[in-house]
Design a protein around this ligand. Structure first.
Ligand code: SF4
Length: 345
């Protein structure tokens, strides 16, 4: 995504303070006035999740985006997510609070490099399909056969990728390695990684486990293998939420993913104590906050209000969205339609 610049630190809006409650009232009023709906990822600030009409992981939000009746969607998340919402809703206006909210993982796989690598494989007469994690630009999606999220990747690969095909998995090497393990399929892995999940330190996690005897570790599959190996549950954010809700007995849960995820976990399963990994370990005095995604943190209530009020920044249709749309719909919506049919609705 050429229009995105790297962000090295929490790059929050530095404009003058506005009362969050006033902003929330204004956003509610503008939503009605502009016929708009707000979708918010689990990794954006809790206060934005609180005013959103839909919250969830990438898979749920991509599906939610196809169900909304309003003419405008405000996507509080990162660029590739808003792009996916636009691709699936060409007739709707899709706004993003900050156009610079990118994703280090998506940016690790530029479309020209992927196309060149696919050509090399074809020249070697390799019979492969390209499976992309949804954290990719639309231009990359248009070069792929399947799109997966951490919520449906295993199921899609097991059910829909023929066993006689090789799999080129892009761009997350850690998720790819995890999928190789759970599906038993060999894959060619693109060497990308998420800047947030890659930062988790095994040492910090083990220290936190020691400091909280009996605690459970839940981890996102974007984490490196050494973190997953000591985790009690591995899954995308929605599955993580469901796992915590399924535990009746109060527990201490160490959360190895973006730290704002603790907000929906507390709302859904308040019986537990949640500790971000590595988080701010008061016991040890460590103050590492590298589990906050600086791209997600670009979303603020002010920017949500501004984009609703001004009708921009807007994601506009690009020529390669047509091809990306075919792949996204085949990958993310067909199961929903089958499930709806089975449920009779
Ligand atoms: S947490 Fe990682 S994968 Fe998710 S948006 Fe941020 S950089 Fe991208």
């Amino acid at each position: 995504m050429s229009n995105l610049s790297p962000i090295l630190a929490d790059d929050r809006d530095e404009r003058s303070f506005e009362d969050p409650l006033d902003l929330m009232d204004e956003i509610d009023r503008l939503k009605v006035e502009k016929d708009a709906v707000i979708l918010a990822h689990f990794y954006v600030d809790g206060e934005i999740q609180d005013i959103a009409d839909y919250t969830g992981d990438s898979l749920k939000l991509a599906r939610d985006a196809t169900q909304v009746g309003q003419s405008t969607i405000v996507f509080a998340g990162v660029h590739f997510m808003a792009e996916s919402a636009k691709i699936m809703n060409r007739q709707k206006r899709v706004l993003i609070p900050d156009l610079l909210a990118g994703c280090s993982l998506a940016e690790s796989c530029p479309p020209d490099r992927l196309a060149a690598f696919q050509k090399e494989l074809r020249d070697e007469e390799r019979d492969f399909v390209t499976v992309a994690y949804i954290n990719t630009s639309a231009a990359v999606k248009s070069l792929c056969d399947w799109i997966v999220t951490s919520g449906n990747a295993r199921e899609l690969i097991e059910e829909r990728v023929p066993e006689d095909k090789e799999i080129l998995f892009v761009p997350d090497q850690h998720l790819g390695r995890y999928l190789m393990e759970v599906t038993g399929r060999e894959m060619i892995l693109w060497p990308g990684a998420c800047m947030v999940h890659e930062m988790f330190s095994l040492q910090d996690l083990l220290r936190a486990k020691r400091n909280h005897p009996g605690s459970l570790v839940v981890a996102h599959p974007e984490c490196p293998q050494n973190i997953l190996e000591v985790s009690d549950f591995v899954g995308g954010t929605e599955k993580m939420r469901q796992f915590c809700m399924s535990l009746d007995k109060p527990a201490t849960i160490l959360v190895a993913t973006e730290s704002e995820m603790i907000h929906p976990l507390k709302r859904s399963a308040p019986q537990h104590a949640y500790i971000p990994v590595p988080g701010i370990m008061t016991e040890t005095g460590e103050t590492c906050a590298c589990n906050r995604c600086p791209h997600m943190a670009r979303n603020t209530l002010q920017k949500v209000r501004d984009c609703l009020r001004d009708g921009q920044p807007e994601i506009t249709w690009q020529s390669y969205f047509d091809k990306a749309k075919d792949v996204l719909e085949r990958s993310l919506l067909e199961n929903t339609r089958q499930a709806a049919k089975m449920n009779g609705d």
